[in-house]
Design a protein around this ligand. Structure first.
Ligand SMILES: [Zn+2]
Length: 113
């Protein structure tokens, strides 16, 4: 019953439980004992093909030809996409591409400009 994790802030081992929270007596930090809660609180970092973190409003270029689902259109490699919006899901970038319209991209197929 004594396997509480150390304080993530100051590394103190004297952490204790208070309900569903863990408390640190040394720096007064408190955090959720449920690791899944912590994961959900984390801001998900979406990265481009080379590992640059992406943000809403960034401009990216497409690094390979991408077929647009349900049409014969292709987003050509090198296409510049302005003002991306990050979203959840398999395709994690919401954007609008000239000549094509609103579509979703995968962050692994773009590169930040
Ligand atoms: Zn602490």
């Amino acid at each position: 019953m004594s396997s509480l994790p150390p304080c993530p802030k100051c590394n103190s081992e004297y952490t204790y439980e208070d309900g569903t929270m863990l408390m640190c007596p040394e720096c007064a930090h408190e955090w959720s004992a449920n690791a899944e809660d912590n994961a959900a609180d984390d801001i998900k970092v979406i990265k481009d093909s080379v590992g640059n973190p992406l943000q809403d409003g960034d401009t990216v270029t497409v690094i390979k030809d991408l077929k647009v689902k349900g049409s014969s259109l292709v987003v050509k490699v090198g296409t510049k996409v302005k003002g991306i919006r990050l979203c959840d899901g398999d395709h994690d970038i919401d954007c609008k591409i000239d000549g094509i319209g609103a579509m979703k991209l995968k962050s692994e197929f773009v590169r930040k400009v």
